[in-house]
Design a protein around this ligand. Structure first.
Ligand code: PLP
Length: 464
């Protein structure tokens, strides 16, 4: 109760907040779910109920909630140097050390020693905006001003600012916002389970997807295409793993047409796939990498853009002629975020959380398959590391989708919350996503799978 206005928090929320990615009408009817505290993989809501958060927030609380080490690092940084910008060559120790550490991690843990510099921002969306601007900048500086378009993929999620929201390939996010902006194209979604032709195996499907990409490039004119952007594993789209050979073939096409490769590791970075980076998991050779979420485990809003030698050389060589690099934000390289990111990386290393993700990956899939694999509406259970998706279909044999307007994954997700487990309903295909903190235990995975199975059982009358 807010004694001043004599209203409950629920009422004040409805009267005062515009919630991101929320139906205004539904929210007005149902009100908020208010969470008050969290520890490890468990959240506590305002009614005192405990829930297992199998989403780690929005795929981001990689080290789990309530880590004193990160709170202490943040508090010490706030007391020492609460703010410093990086404009005009100003700098600060932790931010310098963090940039160096990220370059080292990519070289050592992702086999990608070709990154030259790191640029910091505050969100995954702004990291992708930085990439959007950088590929234009790069081509303008090297005298290729006509090479500007960026190709993304249907089903991709790259954020929701005007530029990153345009790169996002999910129509629900474009509707009534007049997006995508000109100059952004979307090629086919490489999700084999849903989009393969009958009898088409993964290799043939990957070949077709890449042929579609190249046909789009040829149609538009390779001289007009600056970059291709991709998540190593498409997260929000539905946890789509790249088909075998897909990225190797994509890379050949990009090389052939002198097109930059922007890899969006906002979800996959920092252990999610059971390796440090998706770049290493899938042997990618990016020109720019976007990082956020796991960089600080969401204890501070922070993003990083890794910039390759190839781009850096052009920026550096033309610097005197171009003038200053006129891009950046008030909070770029924030000292508190940098201190928390360093403490977060220490924690991931000290506790072996990337290995934990790799070790528990089979457990997560097995726990789900064991408990719900026979359900007639569960079409596919897939994953890599600690990210998994459960895709619903009306008919398993034919993979027929549910009829338009039915959202089985939302129904199951609602029952899951009632059973004490959060499993997100995604906005592109009917998929529930699982991306728990990398610090989760085997027992917690089993407990979450038990609760989720009970939820699916309870949802059956609404699905039939
Ligand atoms: N890129 C990917 C792959 C994401 O999953 C997200 C967020 O979920 C973003 C970018 C956008 O990040 P933010 O919400 O921090 O702007």
């Amino acid at each position: 109760m807010n004694t001043h206005r004599n209203l409950t928090l629920d009422q004040i929320d409805r009267m005062s907040l515009l919630h991101p990615v929320t139906s205004i009408a539904d929210h007005d009817r149902n009100g908020p779910v208010i969470y008050e505290a969290a520890q490890g993989a468990r959240l506590r809501d305002a009614a005192g109920r405990e829930l297992l958060d199998m989403g780690a927030g929005l795929w981001c609380v990689n080290v789990g909630y309530g880590r004193a080490e990160l709170a202490d690092a943040g508090a010490a940084a706030l007391k020492n140097l609460s703010y410093q910008h990086l404009f005009g060559g100003a700098s600060c120790p932790d931010t310098i050390l963090l940039a160096d550490r990220l370059l080292g991690l990519f070289a050592d843990r992702a086999g990608a020693g070709h990154f030259a510099r790191v640029f910091f921002g505050t969100s995954g969306s702004d990291a992708n905006d930085t990439a959007f601007k950088l590929v234009r900048y790069y081509n303008n500086l090297r005298g290729r001003p006509e090479k500007k378009k960026i190709i993304s993929r249907s089903g991709a999620y790259h954020g929701l600012t005007a530029a990153s929201g345009s790169l996002t390939g999910i129509p629900a996010y474009h509707k009534a916002f007049d997006l995508p902006l000109d100059g952004v194209l979307h090629t086919a979604c490489p999700h084999h389970y849903r989009f393969a032709h009958e009898g088409e195996d993964e290799a043939a499907f990957a070949a077709r997807m890449v042929a579609d990409l190249e046909a789009l490039i040829e149609r538009e004119g390779p001289d007009t295409i600056a970059a291709f952007i991709a998540e190593p594993v498409m997260g929000t789209g539905g946890v789509f793993l790249p088909p075998a050979d897909y990225f190797a073939r994509v890379q050949q096409v990009l090389d052939r047409h002198d097109i930059l490769f922007v890899v969006d590791e906002v979800i996959t970075g920092f252990g999610r796939t059971g390796q440090w980076f998706g770049t290493g998991t899938y042997g990618l050779r990016p020109d720019i990498v976007s990082l956020a979420k796991g960089l600080t485990s969401a204890y501070f809003p922070m993003s990083a853009s890794m910039i390759s030698d190839r781009i850096w050389q052009v920026l550096a060589d033309t610097s005197d002629a171009t003038g200053a690099f006129m891009h950046g934000f008030t909070y770029s390289g924030h000292p508190v975020g940098s201190a928390i990111a360093l403490a977060n990386l220490d924690l991931i290393e000290r506790e072996g959380l990337v290995d934990n993700a790799a070790r528990l990956a089979p457990r997560l899939l097995a726990a789900l398959r064991d408990r719900i694999g026979d359900n007639p509406f569960v079409g596919d259970i897939r994953g890599v590391g600690l990210m998994a998706g459960v895709e619903f279909v009306a008919d398993r044999a034919t993979r027929k989708p549910f009829r338009e307007g039915t959202a089985p994954h939302r129904i199951v997700s609602r029952h899951a919350a009632a059973q004490g487990v959060l499993a997100r309903a995604l906005p592109f295909l009917p998929v529930n996503a699982f991306s728990p903190p990398l610090s989760i235990t085997a027992a917690e995975i089993d407990e979450a799978a038990d609760r989720y199975a009970r939820a699916l059982e309870a949802a059956m009358p609404e699905l039939a």
